[in-house]
Design a protein around this ligand. Sequence first.
Ligand code: CO
Length: 134
Amino acid sequence: MIGRLNHVAIAVRDLAAAAAVYRDTLGAAVSTPVPQPAHGVTVVFVTLANTKIELLEPLGPDSPIARFLERSPDGGIHHVCYEVDDIIAARDRLQASGARVLGDGEPKTGAHGKPVLFLHPKDFLGTLIELEQA
Ligand code: CO
């Protein structure tokens, strides 16, 4: 059911410092910071040959990654995003198998303008999973 790895998201406290690690130390192509107020984050996109890394810094007081950074002050992997061909069919199959979809279960428009859902980490080996319609 899941297809390509779309991105790995890493929560960070200091986006400029994090971008410098990927650009200068690791030698990757990084974007300028992109504020995404609807998602409560500012993002730097790191483009790799086969996938992307997204560096996420909290934006605003209600950022969904603020609590993650309280627990993990050094930052860390926040979620992985897999592509699916049909997000509604994927959701229905997962829910039928007992997996929990976060929120009201309806896809939201994600950071790339495509429908996304998040799956409960307790059902997936302690990893928050984002599904994105391919
Ligand atoms: Co994501």
